[in-house]
Design a protein around this ligand. Structure first.
Ligand code: Q0Z
Length: 293
């Protein structure tokens, strides 16, 4: 890509500058598990995640404006407004999993929220909670209290991102549950434009930024299978891999099964055939589903 400056790499994504006001976010087919990027790619994973993000950005504009300008014809690249990113992760949890479950077990609290006694792993919470975290350059994001988050972004800004994050989560979780997928929790990132307007940015409501659980297998009291990475995790456990880099190469059946799960999640949530997205990525951006030919 001539005229594009590479700004940075995430574990599975690349970021480029298009001009002073616009960025290009490219989702690769790389997959990580236990925080390690594996040597084998999952074909079309980047397209699935880009299409899902685009779908949510198009449908949540009335809740919160966002950075999306266009999807590229390759289906894996998003042109977006360049923003000043807030230095916190805006996590919303509707269910008790991951670090929320750990913190609850240790203290009965999650980021300062006092939860009812007697909850079990993966329980649905009485209402979704906002649990901000710091952005760790390397290693794990760290949960922080509302007070710490307020010291970082300011009280008014924090109130605003909390309200928007909960509203975005409630909209998406309700939509996904009606289509058989539980969004247990999710992470949003916000930024401000030159006029100080707050916009939703980065990726939104994808399996890489959220926990997606198949609703038909949901049973609290144990960890839930991930919608997307379960075959990969099961395979990695079988190999006896010690979860440090490099990870194991994935056999063809694990790749095919995982690819099928990503595509299934895309089609279940969007109601759009993945093949239609590949031939015309803009289909996810029209509010009424697939466009007429
Ligand atoms: C996103 C990231 C990736 C590495 C910065 N609209 C925006 N304006 C300014 N900055 C960002 C965005 Cl989305 C931004 N990241 C995360 C993405 C590779 C890091 F593809 N960092």
């Amino acid at each position: 890509m001539p005229d594009t400056v590479h700004l940075g790499s995430g574990k599975v994504r690349e970021l480029y500058a298009l001009d002073p006001d616009r960025l290009l976010l490219v989702a690769s087919d790389r997959i990580s598990t236990f925080d390690v990027v594996l040597p084998t790619e999952i074909p079309d994973k980047g397209r699935v995640l880009t299409g899902l993000s685009g779908f949510w950005f198009a449908r949540t504009r009335s809740i919160c404006p966002n950075h999306l300008l266009a999807l590229r014809p390759d289906g894996r690249s998003t042109e977006c407004r360049r923003l000043a990113m807030l230095p916190i992760e805006c996590v919303v949890r509707g269910y008790l999993a991951g670090s929320g479950w750990k913190d609850y077990g240790a203290t009965g609290l999650v980021c300062g929220h006092r939860l009812p006694a007697g909850l079990v792993e993966s329980d649905r919470l009485p209402e979704p909670i906002f649990t901000p975290a710091t952005k760790a350059e390397t290693g794990h994001d760290e949960n922080i209290s509302r007070e710490d988050a307020a010291r970082i972004v300011g009280r008014d800004r924090l109130d605003e991102v909390e309200r928007l994050s909960i509203a975005l989560y409630q909209f998406a979780a309700r939509h996904a549950l009606a289509r058989g997928i539980i969004i247990a929790d999710t992470k949003f990132e916000f930024g401000t434009d030159a006029d100080g307007r707050l916009l939703l940015a980065d990726e939104a409501l994808t399996p890489d930024s959220s926990r997606f659980w198949p609703a038909d297998r949901y049973a609290p009291g144990r960890a839930q299978p991930a919608f997307d990475k379960q075959y990969v995790r099961d395979f990695c456990e079988q190999t006896g891999w010690n979860k440090t880099s490099p990870g194991p190469a994935l056999p063809p059946d694990v790749v095919a099964g995982t690819r099928a799960r990503y595509i299934e999640a895309f089609e279940q949530i969007t109601g759009i055939r993945f093949a239609d997205y590949v031939s015309r990525p803009d289909v996810v951006l029209s509010a009424d589903g697939p466009l007429p030919r």
